[in-house]
Design a protein around this ligand. Structure first.
Ligand code: SF4
Length: 876
């Protein structure tokens, strides 16, 4: 059959919590063509660079295709018997709390449901937590404290209808690009104003009315001050406050506020309050910059206080809005994936709730207390309390705070199971048992996005090898542990019906989450289920919450909280003078196990880096593009210096994506302390303290190769290219024989070599060929290597004879680092067009080169390039 004749399948993007709809068409060669679903309410056809490149990440290279026990491939029966036996033995000998599941916002809701049912209802422990704990647990805690439930009040339509959008701790332009584009569209249509509150000047600040470069940890103070202004300017909504308790105490605490910890001028704070109070339709979007803090829950409640006090909630165009990092972080919250919740927003400590769930599941046992949250879970693994651990679709050896200690704890755990699509992760390499999971394009189930829209994820490719869905692996272990009937599911539709029916019971307790209208959904209806926003019951469908003043606390009221400033736990000082912020970059996702497969996504920022202010770089003797060694009390890293005033003095920023597989010295969470918010248990991932020093490299290297490389240098970082791989290298020890070193690096013991080696200057260039085709090339220098990297990445496999020069031929200009990943337009191309064609706007560049005209994620970077190049031109 001709691949183009295959029907398109409606599914969802597996990356961020925007939850964009995608249309997928499989081809006969194993690929998938991807386009945005014009009918999906989250994106109406738009995709960002990551979503647009999904088709480049579905190949079987590196896939785990069979169960592996102690390094040896085996069949499912043996692997599952072993898992069930080890878990049963640990429970029998040490009790149910001696085992744990650490799961992920990558799980589909049906997978989550079975995992949660197995652990909480049958094993009898609440030791199941999810990596969403690292992402938005503080929002959950804040919602529950204010609303009595973990309810997102608003919808994405509010972004279209707002007059003012405030981004707090959210680089939406890079981390939720389609939502950012939605705001820009509203801005063009109705003049929506934008305020960004962030210690860094990010891509989201482009065109904002106001950027408040707040000091890390200052958010409670800022929103307390706003609350005081609300009171002082008589801007409260007296009617709405009849539905709110705690207002007086909250106002009193806010009145006391000293704004010093914000680091902001009075003029800036007043300008913010003026904007906030002069617009009724205000949406405050917040994300990891708020949540990942030892005061994250208080920060969330400080924001909610302001919306409650003014009644700016549950109405068109206004409300607080937590955007989630992962595709199904919300589904995990709803289904009870967190250690402190039961399914369907029922409470673990509530005996009536527990009894209802136990009855529904015919569960033999239920835990009466919350289980171990992520940080405590891995401490319990390290202490030897956890004897059997099952990690599903996540990479805690990289992403947990104090990552080196977590890695060592997993390695020492008596029995560790890892379910994943690849064995090539830092965590999978530590497993006793590896279970091959289905990947995104093979999965069938549902996910919930940030605005409560539940969408189907549908398989478009067959399951390869022995790969199986996670719900099935979990259910089979449950059956092997003796609970046959409870885990005898025929498929995801049956699990979904179970879940929907349980939500109806939860609604009977007055809970918000109710999809009981779907409890009798047939197979065909489940297969064709359209995206819908919960709740969906006989009495209610979708919409906003709380506009009617009805909340989920027993008295039906919301709560405002009296809040005080708590600074980040770690203090800077003489030993660790810098504050380290961590976060995402535009074109990578989590630990790059999928986005890292795409050459064009890898071309945007191909190497880990540290952003440092020019004054700090000067003071520390750090040159542009050199390497920096960072040390914190927990660990150390080596990163490339990017000197920029986007960060403030005394603060540095590093991305969180690189791993032992891609850049072992850049595992940034190894530097983060396991300090958590006392309410939410979420780690403080954005306020570590570090010391910096130049990394005294004796040599720097850059390499390209058509095959995988085996770097052994003290610093290395590798990335995919369209022709193979590229790598940055550096070391402190002199290398005597560069040809021998290059042959080892490239695993090319016999290939023809051309080389130029200048020992006196510490420089070497080597190119390896076969049959006239370039296989690999290495460029070495005492300084950061000055070669045309993007051009060189095109050469492996080519017959080009000029690889040794490191420079492009006149007819093949170097495009420079990728700016527009969708259209493949590099920095040098854009700068050239500005200089030679006199382009004066982002739109003109788009018209000339196409850059920025597809997903729009790079438009702010193009604007930055324009801002840099135009004044330079004017001065010449
Ligand atoms: Fe995927 Fe991008 Fe949409 Fe997020 S914004 S769901 S990463 S396409």
């Amino acid at each position: 059959m001709d691949g183009s004749a295959l029907p398109e399948v409606r599914s969802t993007c597996p990356y961020c919590g925007v939850g964009c709809g995608v249309l997928l068409r499989a081809d006969a060669a194993g690929g998938i063509a991807v386009r945005g679903d014009p009918d999906h309410p989250a994106n109406f056809g738009r995709l960002c660079s990551k979503g647009a490149a999904l088709g480049e990440t579905v190949g079987l290279e590196g896939r785990l295709l069979a169960p592996v026990v102690n390094g040896v491939e085996t069949g499912w029966d043996r692997a599952l018997d072993l898992v069930a036996g080890k878990f049963s033995a640990a429970i029998a000998e040490h009790g149910p709390d001696s085992v744990a599941f650490y799961v992920s916002g990558q799980l589909l809701t049906e997978d989550y449901y079975v995992a949660n049912k197995l652990m909480k209802g049958f094993i009898g422990s609440a030791n199941i937590d999810t990596n969403s704990r690292l992402c938005m647990a503080s929002s959950v805690a804040g919602h529950k404290r204010a609303f009595g439930s973990d309810t997102v009040p608003g919808t994405y339509e509010d972004l279209d209808e707002a007059d003012l959008v405030v981004l707090v701790g959210s680089n939406l332009a890079w981390c939720h690009p389609v939502l950012y584009q939605r705001i820009l569209a509203a801005r063009a249509k109705r003049g929506t104003k934008l305020v960004v509150i962030d210690p860094r000047r990010t891509a989201s600040c482009d065109g904002a009315e106001l950027h408040l470069p707040i000091r890390p940890g200052g958010d409670v103070v800022l929103f307390n001050r706003l609350l005081a202004e609300i009171e002082a300017r008589d801007a409260t909504d007296a009617d709405f406050l009849t539905h709110v308790s705690g207002a007086e105490a909250a106002f009193a605490a806010a009145r006391m506020q000293d704004t010093g910890p914000t680091g902001l001028s009075e003029a800036m704070i007043s300008a913010f309050a003026d904007l906030w109070l002069s617009h009724d339709r205000v949406v405050t979007i917040y994300s990891q910059g708020v949540n990942q803090s030892s005061a994250g829950s208080d920060k969330v409640n400080a924001i909610l206080n302001c919306h409650l006090a003014t009644g700016r909630i549950g109405k068109p165009g206004c409300g607080p809005f937590s955007v989630t990092g992962q595709p199904n972080a919300m589904g995990g919250r709803e289904v009870g994936g967190l250690a402190n919740m039961l399914a369907c927003h029922l409470d673990i400590e509530n005996p009536d709730h527990r009894m209802a769930v136990a009855e529904f599941w015919s569960a033999p046992t239920m835990p009466t207390q919350p289980g171990l949250k992520a940080v405590d879970m891995f401490r319990a693994v390290a202490d030897g309390q956890i004897k059997a651990l099952w990690i599903i679709h996540t990479n805690p050896a990289v992403t947990m705070p104090d990552a080196d200690a977590v890695r060592d704890a997993i390695a020492a755990c008596p029995f560790t199971v890892v379910s994943d699509i690849t064995a090539e992760t830092d965590t999978a390499r530590l497993a006793d048992v590896l279970l091959p999971a289905t990947a995104w394009g093979e999965k069938d189930g549902s996910v919930t996005n940030s605005d409560r829209t539940i969408s189907r994820q549908r398989a478009v490719r067959p399951m390869p090898g022995q790969a199986r869905p996670d719900w099935q692996a979990l259910a089979e272990v449950g059956q092997r542990m003796g609970w046959h009937a409870a885990f005898d599911y025929a498929g995801p539709a049956e699990i979904f019906r179970d879940y929907a029916a349980l939500s109806g019971i939860a609604a009977g307790f007055g809970r918000d989450f109710d999809i009981s209208g779907l409890k009798d959904l047939g197979e065909a209806d489940y297969a064709g289920l359209e995206p819908f926003r919960w709740p969906l019951s006989a009495s209610r469908q979708g919409g906003r919450f709380f506009g009617d003043g009805r909340f989920f606390h027993p008295d039906g009221k919301a709560r405002m909280l009296a809040l005080e400033h708590r600074p980040p736990v770690a203090r800077t000082g003489a030993k660790y003078p810098f504050r380290l912020n961590t976060g995402r970059i535009r074109d990578q996702w989590h630990t790059m196990t999928r986005t890292g497969l795409s050459p064009r996504l890898s071309a945007h920022l191909a190497e880990p880096f540290l952003d440092i202010h020019p004054a700090d770089a000067r003071a520390q003797g750090i040159a542009a593009a050199s390497l920096i060694r960072l040390r914190s009390p927990e660990g150390s890293a080596i990163l490339r210096a990017r000197i920029t005033d986007e960060v403030q003095k005394g603060e540095v920023f590093a991305p969180m994506h690189w791993t032992g597989e891609t850049a072992p010295s850049a595992r940034i969470d190894a530097l983060i302390a396991g300090v958590t918010d006392p309410v939410s248990g979420q780690p403080e991932s954005k306020a570590a303290v570090v010391a910096l020093a130049p990394f005294a490299a004796a040599w720097y290297g850059f390499a390209v190769s058509s095959g995988p490389m085996q770097p052994q240098a003290e610093y290395w970082a590798r990335a995919r290219t369209g022709t193979g791989w590229r790598a940055e290298l550096a070391g402190r020890d002199a290398v005597e024989d560069w040809e021998a070193e290059a042959r080892r690096l490239f695993a090319l013991p016999e290939a023809e070599v051309q080389s130029v080696v200048d020992r006196a200057r510490g420089a070497a260039r080597l190119a390896f060929h076969s049959g006239g085709h370039l296989l690999a090339a290495l460029y070495v220098s005492r300084e950061p290597v000055p070669v045309m990297r993007e051009y060189l990445t095109t050469l492996p496999g080519d017959t080009a004879g000029d690889a040794l020069t490191g420079r492009s031929a006149a007819d093949r200009p170097d495009p420079g680092p990728m700016v527009c990943a969708c259209l493949g337009v590099g920095l040098n191309t854009i700068v050239g067009a500005i200089e030679t064609e006199g382009l004066m706007s982002v739109e003109a560049i788009g018209a000339a080169l196409g850059a920025g005209t597809n997903c729009g994620s790079c438009r702010s970077e193009i604007a930055e390039v324009l801002a840099r190049v135009r004044p330079r031109e004017a001065a010449e």
